[in-house]
Design a protein around this ligand. Sequence first.
Ligand code: FE2
Length: 261
Amino acid sequence: MNILYFGDVVGKVGRRALSRLLPQLIDREQGNFVIANCENVAGGAGVDAKSCRDLLEAGVDVLTSGNHIWRRREIDDYLDGDDCRLLRPANFPGGAPGRGWGIFTSNAGAEVAVVNLIGRVFMDPVDCPFAAAEEICEQARRHCATVVVDMHCDATSEKGAMGWFLDGRVTAVVGSHTHVQTADQRVLPQGTGFVTDAGMCGPLDSVIGVRPELAVRRFRTQRPTRFETAGGRAVVQGVAIAVSEDGSRATEMRRIQEYVE
Ligand code: FE2
């Protein structure tokens, strides 16, 4: 089985690029199950129901998210809907809408648990992601061999620590949030596939998805600047996780990086 994971889908540019390339990428990588982080799919910040439906229709099986999940009120109801395939980070405190992990079925017939976590370094305070990971991954493993964790956080060190913490206990730990793909994809000693950040699906000529001149203005003036998603050519980034016969380990991590004019 091969699991494809795509980094943060940013705005319409990212959604269109991923939707367009997905059939050929599934074909090329012999993908059986597709995960995409979509926390910035709605106009570059937040998630809306229509964008989720579009991505699911395009062939994504499960959507993950992060710190921007609560930006649009409408998403609360969507998250609580029956059979919702959008996850929010599991370690939010105080009875957040929706769920932070779930078990889904791949087109190879195998069950895949997807777990969404969020970090605490340079981010808003939430419950401990490591404690949540331990509890959820143990529970998930009782139901199925294959467990993929989306660790959404800013610090590379926090993502790396989660990879090593879960090595041998889950199939893969994939980092998200920075929108910049890292080249450290590998299988850790106990068989867990890991990459610090899968990158993004979004506008290439941008500052992590935002129109460059707006990002520059904010840094130079230190005054609030309304960000807009950039246009133009797009990049589609992610990883392909090759899963062992018994479903528990990663045998290979391949980086995906494609450009769309
Ligand atoms: Fe984020």
